[in-house]
Every structure is written in C-alpha cells, then in structure tokens.
Design a protein around this ligand. Structure first.
Ligand code: BLA
Length: 528
C-alpha cells in the first residue's frame, strides 16, 4: 500500500484480483486473436512446457508455437457451438524437441478493453496448458462412476447435514486433499465449517467460525462467476504475462475465468499462516449468490489434481447447490403451510363476536403456533391475557408504548431490547427480543423471546482480522497470524425474527383490525 493509505479492511476489497497480470507456474498461458490465432500475450515460462522462447512466440500464429496438429485441435474446439469451457480439457500432445508431451488445454474467452473507448466485445481466446498427469486418455469412466454414485447418495439424503457430509467425503476421495470442508455463510458472510472429511492425524476445524473479511467482497463476486480455483503450491513464484497489457486494447487481460490466475498475495500469506501448502475451493450457490464453499487443504506438499478431477469436484459442488435449494425450500414450504392453516383458523375464529378476542387468540391453535417465542401477551378490548413465560404487566405495557411511539410502524421487532430500548431496562432473561403489533387505543399483541446466549468458536480472534505493519513510509496489511480457537460469548440477543415471520404477523394484524372494527360497530349498534 502507498504511504498515507488509511489502513482498514476495505483495502482488501479494493485489490483487483481478476487482473493480476501473472499466473501460477504449474502451466503456461497464451492469449490469441480469433479467428487467425495470432499470439498477443504469453506467460514468461512458455519455454518450460512448450520449448519455445516467449519472445519468439509473440505475434506468431499458434500453429508456429504449438505445432499444426495441436493448434488445429484448439481451433476445432474454439469454433464448435456452445460454451467453450464445457469441452475442457482438450487433450493435446505437443512435440517438444522431438519428444511427445501430453498436456491438458483449457480454453475460454476473455473480454478485454472494457476500459476507455474500446468496445467490450473485444475477446481473446485464452489457451492455458497444464502438463497432463496420469494415464491418457484420461479415465473418464472412473470419474464418471465415482460422481454418479455420489449424485445418487445426494438425491437420497434426507437432511442437510447428510448432504454436507456426503459431499465432503466424496470430494476428498476424488481429489486426495488432506482436508475437505463444507463452509457455509451466514447473512453477514461470516462462515462456519459445517462438514469435514480429513486425514486422521489432523485436528478438526468442524464448527469453527471465520469472519467475512477472510474472503473479501470482490473475491466472493469472482467466485459467483467462476466456480473453482486451485492454488497448487502456496510457495510458487508468480510468472508475469508478456507484454503486461494486451497490445490491441492497452488493458490488462481479464483473468476471471483463468485456471492459472495468480492469487492475491495476502491470501497466500493467510494460507502460509494456516500451515497450508495447497488450497482448492469450489463455489456453492443459491439463486446465483454465493452460499458457501467447499474448501480443500493440503499440508504435506504441493497438490495438483488433474483438470478433469477438478471439473468432477465442481460438478459435485453444483449438484450439492441444487439439492441444498430443494431441501431448504421443502422446509420453508412445510413451515409456511402450517402457518397458513393457523392463520386461517384464527381469522375464522375471530368472527365469533361473542367470545373475547384475547381468548380466541390465546386458544389452541393460537398465537404461539404462529411463530416460535417464549411467550405472548395480548391487550385487546380491555381484556388481557398471556401464554408462555410470564412478562410483568407493567413491563409489557411499557414495551408496547415504546413500540407504538418509537417506530410508528405496523410491526415492530428487535432481537435486542438492551440495544434498541436500553431506557426500558427490561432484563434479558425476561425478554430480550420482542415483536409487537401496536393497535389503536393502546391495544397490542406482543411476542417475546429470551436471550439466546450462545458461544461461537472462531478460527482465530475475529477482532484481529488483519494486522497493519509499518515498513518505512508505507503500511503493509497482512492477515492474522494465529488461527487458535477463540471463544466468543454472544449476549443480549434473542434468536432473530425472520422477514417471513414479520410478513405473516403483518397479515394477522390486518385481520385483527377488521375484527376490532366489526365489534366496535356492533357495540355502537347495541347502544343505539
Ligand atoms: C480468498 N479466503 C480466500 C479463499 C478462501 C479463504 C477459501 C478462496 C481461495 C482458496 O481456495 O484458497 C478463506 N480458507 C478460508 C477460510 C478457511 C479456509 C475462512 O480454509 C477456513 C477453514 N484474507 C484475509 C484478509 C484479507 C484476505 C485480512 O484474511 C484481505 C486483506 C483476502 N482472501 C483474501 C483475498 C482472497 C481470499 C483477496 C482472494 C484470493 C484470490 O482468489 O485471488
């Protein structure tokens, strides 16, 4: 960071990780024009795999660099219909100094020149070559069978936990990483390790939490587009692209979809601090948003599963994503149906004008069936009533008055009275979170939830998210050094009220207003 840059975590989010201008050295990269396949950019290590000096490759046709047969295979793949990446890997055999060298070619198109005045349609064909390991042709049937078995298990799984465990186990068997975790985000993008498959001798990360800043926003955005990444050796030296900018556009190559993209140095340091030698992660998505990751670690040395194996892991990731959505939606639908039937029953029951509303609402089914809470208090038509744990009458009235005055909304909810209404001094053991329907003339319905005191185990103190170090005039940001278990106790909070719950009680409120109105009309008629 330059001198004077304020040091905070937003610096992390500003690192443009999609245009690093360099690659990891496990392969080589060539960016070529279409349709004539002229080389515009190459990685400096081209000779290592291809035996051609980068300076000799620039401006030449791909066939001059890779040979006619290999360049022909690339051209055929590139011109076929559909998404290029679905046909990866393209299996090539290069002739390097007279010896055959089998490589996996991974093709995609990168848009360049979305900068000043350059039409964004300028695309380059990016050809990444990795040395092919293992038998050729790659034993697709084995991978296919392994994956098919797992997909069957995922389809039969009856709980979320079973889905997570099956996936972690299968990805570990497939890829051979020392540790494979399913990492799930909460609403603020903090994450928790919810499943783990690991080598026996390793300590467990299961149940540990990590702060959102460990995977900053631009990285999450990139992982929503490109669903897999591999850092095969954390100790690598990045290999620059030559020239640094694409000559025809003067802009850096967009490496969002590159397989060899060099990763953020701060993340490399993070992995070092964790003792990780190789890392891979696969995106898990719900409605195109990142829901979590399958995170893989290797400790004993570099680890580079072949592309086809990674693609199979990615496929398992997308299968898990789909099953997660199904499962979560089933649960939501089931709950929503129950709530609807309770709501319908209550609405019908309030039509019985001879029975006090308070009695109807506190019957069975009643207000506590509508949403989970420790207790509910109603004050309607001068009748009071309550169910569940007791809230002193004066306390309930004070909370209702606060809700009516302070918000002026139809439904008022907080998961922390100590934070949002400290002046009320309601002890958290009694009521920490409240949901109030303020009604005319001081009437109200009020649900309350006690404090949900819980402990959260973090993988390292989350308050030391980053460490700023001065180096001469400039400041260097680095990730935290320790990942020792750090226990936090969350106080003064109840379980949160969900948006769904707020919407449902909003409907109840409408019915209550109608019922109150009908009864007041009857009272007026009776008086006439
Ligand atoms: C990326 N951080 C990542 C990735 C993971 C994590 C999985 C994706 C890359 C990969 O597959 O390795 C975090 N890894 C974890 C976590 C666990 C794990 C939580 O195994 C838990 C077990 N990181 C910081 C700070 C910054 C930061 C302070 O701690 C910024 C200042 C940045 N993390 C950071 C960046 C990336 C990243 C920039 C993107 C790396 C890239 O793709 O280039």
């Amino acid at each position: 960071l330059p001198a004077g840059t304020p040091v905070d975590l937003s610096n992390c989010e500003r690192e443009p990780i999609h245009v690093p201008g360099s690659i990891q050295p496990r392969g080589v990269l060539l960016a070529v024009t279409e349709p004539d396949l002229v080389v515009e950019q190459v990685s400096e290590n081209l000779a290592d795999l291809v035996g051609v000096d980068p300076a000799d490759a620039l401006g030449r046709r791909l066939s001059d660099v890779l040979g006619v047969a290999a360049a022909g295979a690339v051209a055929r793949s590139a011109s076929a219909f559909g998404d290029l990446r679905e046909r990866n890997p393209v299996e090539l055999t290069l002739d390097v100094g007279g010896s055959p060298v089998p490589v996996d070619a991974l093709l995609h198109r990168a848009l360049t020149g979305t900068g000043d005045g350059v039409p964004p349609s300028t695309a380059l064909l990016v050809v990444e070559l990795e040395p092919a390991r293992g038998p050729r042709p790659f034993s697709f049937p084995n991978t296919y069978q392994a994956v098919r078995g797992t997909v069957g298990e995922l389809n039969r799984a009856t709980s979320l936990q079973e889905l997570y465990d099956t996936t972690a186990q299968a990805v570990r068997e497939l890829t051979g990483f020392d540790r494979v975790m399913v990492y799930r985000y909460d609403a603020e993008y903090n994450g928790e390790v919810v499943a783990e498959a690991k080598a026996e001798e390793l300590n467990s990360f299961l149940g540990l939490h990590y702060p959102a800043s460990d995977i900053p926003a631009q990285a999450r955005a990139l992982y929503e587009k490109n669903w897999i990444r591999l850092i095969s050796d954390v100790d690598y030296r990045p290999v620059p692209l030559r020239p640094a900018l694409v000559p025809s556009t003067g802009t850096p190559l967009d490496m969002t979809f590159s397989t060899l993209r060099s990763v953020s140095p701060i993340h490399v340091e993070y992995l070092h601090n964790m003792g990780v030698r190789a890392s891979m992660s696969v995106s898990l998505l719900r409605d195109d948003r990142l829901w979590g990751l399958i995170a893989c670690h290797h400790y004993s040395g570099p680890h580079a599963p072949p592309y086809a194996t990674r693609a199979a892991a990615e496929f398992l990731g997308s299968t898990l994503s789909l099953r997660l959505v199904d499962r979560a939606e089933e649960d939501e639908v089931h709950r929503a149906l129950q709530v609807r039937s309770t709501l319908a029953w209550l609405t019908a029951a309030t039509l019985d004008e001879d029975r006090p509303l308070a009695d109807t609402l506190l019957g069975s089914p009643g207000l506590l069936d509508l949403l989970p809470a420790d207790g509910v208090v109603v004050h309607l038509q001068r009748h009071r009533g309550a169910r569940g744990t007791t809230l002193p009458e004066a306390t309930a009235d004070a909370i209702a008055t606060w809700a009516a005055a302070a918000r002026g909304e139809e439904v008022v909810a907080t998961d922390s009275l100590p934070r949002h209404a400290p002046e009320l001094q309601v002890p958290c053991e009694v009521a920490c979170g409240v949901l109030v329907l303020p009604l005319p003339e001081g009437q109200y319905v009020l649900w309350h939830r006690a404090e949900a005191r819980r402990t959260v185990d973090w993988g390292g103190d989350p308050h030391n998210k980053a460490i700023a170090e001065r180096e001469g005039d400039s400041v260097r940001l680095s990730p935290r050094k320790s990942f020792e278990r750090w226990r936090e106790t969350v106080r003064d909070r109840s379980d949160p009220w969900t948006a769904q719950e707020l919407a449902e009680v909003g409907e109840l409120r409408t019915h209550l207003l109608e019922a109150l109105y009908a009864r007041s009309r009857r009272a007026v008629r009776a008086a006439e």
